[in-house]
Design a protein around this ligand. Structure first.
Ligand SMILES: Cc1cc2nc3c(=O)[nH]c(=O)nc-3n(C[C@H](O)[C@H](O)[C@H](O)COP(=O)(O)OP(=O)(O)OC[C@H]3O[C@@H](n4cnc5c(N)ncnc54)[C@H](O)[C@@H]3O)c2cc1C
Length: 377
């Protein structure tokens, strides 16, 4: 494709920083760089018509760890590592709210719950609640972050649920509003987001980084940030980031829906919440990890059937409901929950591997990679 002089000159010449990926991380990297350096010419290259990874497809849990998740993490990591990640998630959520405003992202602190169908797993968590409250209390500034919520099981209308623990500091957001507000904010600062631009190859030369695309329009930039998360292997083949597909469904509106808040079940492998008077329900990756380790969007009968079954038998047992929509998103995961934010080569940087926590940590991770780039300029 031949660009006009105007197109070339306005959009693609003299790029200081190019960012691949317009998810929450790429957008926050641009936001922070531009806020501090007004004259930088920054461009975000996104292959989708919208962000096409996880940032506009997630469940919108503003969460920092359920009891079983934290206890699981403590089995493989030090106390310091586990609670510094909790702190990062908590501070990341504060940053997200500060950047965009609670109203713009529809932030509601309706609480989160861990739901148990087995007495054994509940007892393990329950016996550690004082410890978890002490650790998280220091970060969140609340005495009892977690508390027993067995009283609410009936109120929410669940079946086969034996116990619940309430996370009083967990909240929910509207993912669509969040990403839309973030895009608007970044564009307002003068950052160009080029949609439909698929990067196929990057080459670092003495003149800068050359970006090749499927459109044939190539770009040269001084610095490049790779913020492609679950798709990172394309440019970072030796990094430990694997794709992990997550499938979800949402019901049609339900009259007098009883549940309200965000819910984690089966060590976080399943999660559900209300969105107004609908239920969003996702998870089931553990049914077939191999198939779900893919960058291809899609749905499987295995996972969707399980989600429907749990809806019928546990979450909405006595309520008529029908499914309105189903979709999937691609996360970036690895052997550690820590994200990778680093300099890849002289002028190339990356911020990838957000796991299932990008809503919480994405704002800070974007800020961290922006800082690295700024220091290199
Ligand atoms: C179903 C689901 C539910 C989730 N629920 C939650 C939750 O409740 N709370 C929470 O904290 N986190 C949740 N997450 C995780 C969270 O959404 C992610 O961690 C976060 O969105 C990652 O943001 P990102 O910017 O790193 O990546 P992404 O949002 O995936 O952005 C990467 C972008 O790079 C683009 N890209 C890739 N390759 C190229 C290329 N070659 N050229 C151009 N562009 C390219 C993609 O199109 C994509 O838009 C969930 C994820 C999913 C899928």
């Amino acid at each position: 494709m031949n660009l006009s002089y105007w197109e070339q000159n306005t959009f693609f010449n003299n790029i200081d920083v190019a960012i691949i990926g317009s998810g929450i991380v790429g957008l926050n990297a641009a936001l922070n760089l531009k806020k501090k350096n007004k004259n930088l010419k920054i461009i975000i290259l996104e292959r989708g018509i919208l962000p096409m990874g996880a940032s506009s497809k997630n469940a919108g849990f503003a969460c920092f760890g359920s009891p079983s998740e934290l206890l699981d993490d403590l089995k493989a990591n030090s106390e310091e590592e586990v609670f510094s990640l909790v702190e990062k998630r908590w501070n990341g959520l504060i940053r997200l709210r500060k950047n965009l405003g609670d109203k713009a992202i529809d932030f509601h602190n309706w609480g989160g719950y861990e739901v148990f169908d087995s007495k054994k797993s509940f007892s393990e968590c329950n016996s550690m609640l004082d410890y978890l409250n002490k650790q998280t209390g220091k970060i969140i500034g609340k005495r009892a972050v977690y508390k027993n919520a067995d009283d609410s099981i009936k109120k929410f209308g669940f079946k086969n649920v034996k116990h619940m623990i309430n996370n009083t500091a967990e909240a929910q957001i509207d993912t669509g509003k969040m990403i839309s507000a973030l895009i608007a904010k970044v564009r307002n600062l003068g950052v160009e987001i080029i949609n439909g631009y698929e990067v196929t190859e990057i080459n670092e030369t003495h003149k800068g980084v050359i970006i090749h695309s499927s459109s044939g329009i190539n770009i040269t930039c001084n610095r490049l940030i790779i913020a492609t998360n679950g798709f990172a292997k394309q440019f970072l083949p030796n990094y430990s980031v694997a794709p992990a597909r997550a499938q979800v469904l949402i019901t049609h509106p339900i009259k007098e829906l009883k549940l309200k808040g965000t819910f984690h079940y089966n060590s976080g492998y399943y999660y559900f919440r209300n969105i107004g008077n609908r239920v969003l329900f996702g998870g089931g990756r553990n049914l077939d990890f191999v198939t779900e380790e893919t960058t291809a969007f899609g749905l499987t009968q295995l996972v969707q059937n399980k989600l429907e079954e749990l809806l019928k038998t546990m979450i909405l047992p006595n309520t008529k409901h029908t499914i309105d929509m189903r979709w999937s998103g691609i996360m970036g995961v690895g052997p550690s929950k820590k994200s990778i934010v680093q300099c890849v080569s002289k002028n190339v940087f990356c911020a990838v591997r957000m796991g299932g926590m990008g809503v919480a940590i994405g704002s800070l991770v974007g800020e961290e990679v922006a800082q690295l780039v700024e220091e290199s300029l």
